[in-house]
Design a protein around this ligand. Sequence first.
Ligand code: GCO
Ligand code: MG
Length: 403
Amino acid sequence: MKITEIKVIIASPGRNFVTVKIMTDEGLYGIGDATVNGRELAVAAYLTEHVCPILIGRDPQMIEDIWQYLYKGAYWRRGPITMAAISGIDIALWDIKAKAANMPLYQLLGGASRDKMLIYQHAGGLTIEETVEGVIALREKGLEAIRAQVSIPGLPPIYGTGPNVDQLTAGMVQARPVEEVWATHKYLPLIPKLFERLRDAVGWDLHLLHDTHHRLTPIEAARLGRDLEPYRLFWLEDPVPAELQEGFRLIRQHTTTPIALGEVFNTIWDCEKLISEQLIDYIRVTSVHAGGVTGLRRILDFASIYHVKSACHGPMDISPVAMGANVHVDRWVPNFGIQEFSGYLEATHEMFPHSWYQQGGYLYSGEAIGHGVDIDEKIAAKHPYVQAYLPVARGTDGTMGSW
Ligand code: GCO
Ligand code: MG
């Protein structure tokens, strides 16, 4: 089998996605996701200028060799743009291999370890009561795990708390990032109050999660983790930016609140210490950013030795293609924890026909051959790229912080 053509499709069915389509001389094709939210065109150029031309004529069945060729062969290792490009190719190659084997991808990976994948979705509000209502509404839809976020009183809505940004900004050009305001000293005492109220309202059966989105220092995170202990969270996510992996030792010394981390990680080297020192409980790497199915599987296998469970990143900017790859890995991986699934806009569903589906609090892989996700290129052509950025966050004095 030979690769004959690789298309890089940039389309914005409500938000931007970069999709890879690899064609072969045997008529089989594979689809991959290479989206990096807010930096889409950089990955697309990396692929079209530097990756696609050198793969034409190669055997698509040699997935590991192609992965190493793109990783080691670039000389400039790691990094989100390189790794998203490798991921897009890798996901498409696994799709082709599974199609050639006439199997759903999870079968090729080793077969099903479970029938359905526990998911969590997001509830947010401008006030604690609004968030409580959001959590109750999701529970009524059958969700068993829910992430809860709330705005800081007196400040404009922050990450995960305002009206759904994706619905609001669908198709709108954004010339520069929105600026949000952040105040740690107001946030830290607020969040335990949210979860105290939530436990009163929903009891103890529901899994509750919270995302700090990299905004604290280790000692602040240790304090928050400790203050949240009475409410038994499923996890506290991204409490601190993780470039300094040893910073998490401090958090661990002070709290038993489980820690989830890794949605911005690209390789095993970004989390090697965090995992081997058992400084985290859930690893949030995802197929589109951590080297495709090949990279994801390697990290999750490594994590299994240290009792760290999988929790693939799955917001709206992870396309339905990467979601398909994640769901097949999830179906197989022995150390599965949970899958994030924030759902998609209708236009996104239409552009990416997929065999995975949600029912209540679970995702199901479906039994389609390959990873089961396709792209409708005619629909994609109707949704051209729209300039858009992720927001940034500043302290109340204007200091740039982590968003
Ligand atoms: C999450 C994440 C996302 C990111 C987004 C950035 O936990 O789902 O924090 O919401 O902010 O993916 O592109
Ligand atoms: Mg997050």
